[in-house]
Design a protein around this ligand. Structure first.
Ligand SMILES: [Mn+2]
Length: 341
């Protein structure tokens, strides 16, 4: 099945692997690290910069996405991560490209770039090639892979780099939830003594901009309880992260087992679902109800759906909490009936 060259590179040790990687670069190279900027990718890019900065003429980091999430903006600011916004034009200033925490098939922007190296932890995909490929789908974070590179090269990470890698690991493993593997835990342990806890607290702690507090007011005004379920439709939002923050907040309410928060973003209804996961499956609910009219997915405790309003067959343009609740009626009616019998 796997026709790409992932399997061609076989290394007996991390040492062999990393020295092969380093040999791909020389003094004249201008290297661009491309990322879809989230904490894991940002940390990896910083690590690559540290590893290669004295071995090449220059190495820069370019983000292809707009960084919207507040925590990520705080990370970039606090750690002073130098970023260049991606453009086709930018590529001309470099001769070698590295993709980290992603694969060329993941984004349209990556497809025409000839990557020297791809380092990632997502499930391997085909139809692309690179001189060097290191994909470890069993790792919770790509930061853990880069930690192993640093360790192999006996590079002591700076406080900023260690803190970034720790944050990357924590975010991608959902604080050492189910996706973490023993290597992630080891990386955390070893990096811990190099990091700064206050920097980490700042990056982890800030979720809400002052300007977003108004959405909490709307959410609470709109709140409807139905049995042990909470529903709230917030209306137009400037970014969908605030819906996630509100859903997580409502999910802390005692005696509640489901939370549904909805909002309008770019002519789509964005739905964030939370539940306790006990004999429930938010991901299944989302796919069952919405996969035919939009994007839907998630896992037991968390799910998300995005549905173009045009697919909802609304009679009027006005969408509100009662209409929002109606979307889930079908699913719960059959469940409630089953419970009674
Ligand atoms: Mn990642």
């Amino acid at each position: 099945m796997d026709k790409s060259n992932h399997k061609k590179l076989k290394f007996r040790s991390n040492k062999e692997r990393v020295s092969y990687f380093l040999k791909l670069f020389n003094k004249e190279d201008k290297v661009l690290v491309l990322i879809w900027a989230d904490p894991d990718a940002l940390a990896c890019a910083l690590a690559l910069k540290r590893i290669l900065q004295n071995k090449v003429e220059k190495i820069d980091i370019s983000n292809i996405n707009e960084i919207v999430r507040l925590n990520n903006q705080v990370m970039v600011n606090i750690l002073k991560i130098p970023l260049i916004k991606f453009s086709e034009e930018l590529l001309k200033s470099y001769n070698k490209f590295i993709l980290v925490d992603s694969q060329p098939s993941h984004r349209e922007e990556f497809k025409n770039i000839k990557f020297t190296a791809v380092i990632d932890h997502h499930p391997p995909t085909n139809d692309w090639e690179a001189s060097y490929v290191d994909i470890r789908p069993d790792y919770g974070a790509a930061s853990t892979i880069l930690f192993e590179y640093l360790k192999t090269l006996k590079i002591k990470p700076s406080v900023y780099l260690a803190t970034a890698l720790i944050y990357g690991i924590k975010v991608d493993t959902d604080n050492f939830g189910s996706s973490a593997n023993p290597q992630d835990v080891t990386a955390f342990q070893k990096l811990y003594k190099h990091m700064n806890r206050y920097l980490l607290n700042k990056m982890e702690g800030y979720h809400i901009r002052r300007s977003e507090l108004k959405y909490f007011k709307i959410a609470l005004d709109q709140l409807k309880f139905q049995k042990n379920r909470i529903f709230s439709y917030i209306g137009k939002v400037l970014n969908t992260d605030i819906l996630v923050v509100i859903a997580d907040f409502l999910n802390k309410i005692y005696d509640t087992s489901w939370v549904f928060v909805g909002g309008e973003y770019k002519k789509k209804l964005v739905i964030i679902i939370r539940c306790d996961g006990y004999r429930k499956d938010a991901g299944k609910l989302a796919t069952r109800l919405f996969k035919n009219i939009g994007l839907a997915g998630g896992h037991k405790e968390k799910a998300r759906a995005e549905i173009p309003f045009s697919n909802l067959n609304l009679e009027s343009n006005k969408f509100d909490t009662p209409k929002f609740i109606k979307l889930f009626e079908k699913y719960f009616k059959s469940r409630d009936r089953r419970k009674k019998s």
